[in-house]
Design a protein around this ligand. Structure first.
Ligand SMILES: Cc1cc2nc3c(=O)[nH]c(=O)nc-3n(C[C@H](O)[C@H](O)[C@H](O)COP(=O)(O)O)c2cc1C
Length: 199
């Protein structure tokens, strides 16, 4: 258990394959979260399907739930398979539905699962998305490449350690970024004020 207050972590996992390794790694992230005394909500995007962006003007209840979970979370972990050098389309569609106004200053950890170390590219791409949403990424990321392991049992200890360290960093960042989130709450309404023509 670490000293900061317990926090709520939303774990988003974006893989639709049967017997998905990514899903198993996401469960490992949840166990790592529990091991430091925090709670997690696992949202499997293959089970909770979302409409494609801009195809559901009335908004689905799944979309409402997603946004509420993201707003209520103290931090998030995005877990994705690597497909053709990047993260999954399932996760991309989900992230496109989130609003920077609600997430600015929120800590995010990224975990990618792949067949080789090229999967690290997906982590870099997710970091760029986190930046676009105004989120703060944990310094540690995990890239899981051991194709033959059974997740949860014989997981590569290096990847396990990185996931645990990343969760501990999210925990610390959740406290450290509280002021940042307050700044965003003050500054965002100011951005919408019309200051008149620029001189
Ligand atoms: C269409 C496709 C593209 C892939 N591209 C990559 C890749 O660029 N780099 C990589 O390391 N693995 C790649 N893989 C392998 C997957 O990342 C790997 O099998 C991973 O375990 C898939 O996760 P899942 O079991 O949750 O589906 C690809 C797999 C598929 C199906």
């Amino acid at each position: 258990m670490i000293a900061a207050d317990p926090c709520r972590i939303l774990v988003l996992t974006g893989a639709a394959a049967p017997f998905s390794r990514t899903r198993s790694v996401a469960e490992l992230v949840c166990r790592a979260t529990a091991s430091i005394g925090s709670t997690s909500v696992l949202r499997d995007l293959a089970e909770h399907t979302l409409p494609l962006l801009h195809t559901d003007p009335d908004g689905s209840s799944a979309l409402y739930d997603l946004r509420t979970q993201a707003e209520q979370a103290d931090g998030m972990v995005w877990v994705t398979p690597c497909y053709h050098g990047s993260y999954s389309g399932l996760l991309k569609n989900c992230l496109d539905h989130l609003h920077a106004e609600a997430l600015r200053g929120k800590p995010v950890g990224v975990v990618t699962v792949g067949a080789s170390l090229t999967a690290v590219q997906a982590s870099e791409h997710l970091r760029a998305v986190a930046r676009a949403l105004g989120c703060v990424t944990a310094p540690t990321q995990a890239v899981v490449v051991d194709e033959n392991s059974t997740w949860g049992k014989d997981t590569d200890p290096g990847a396990r350690n990185r996931i645990t360290r990343m969760i501990a960093e999210l925990h610390a960042l959740a406290g450290a970024t509280a002021l940042l989130r307050q700044c965003a709450a003050i500054a965002d309404p100011l951005l919408s004020i019309d200051h008149g023509p620029a001189t």
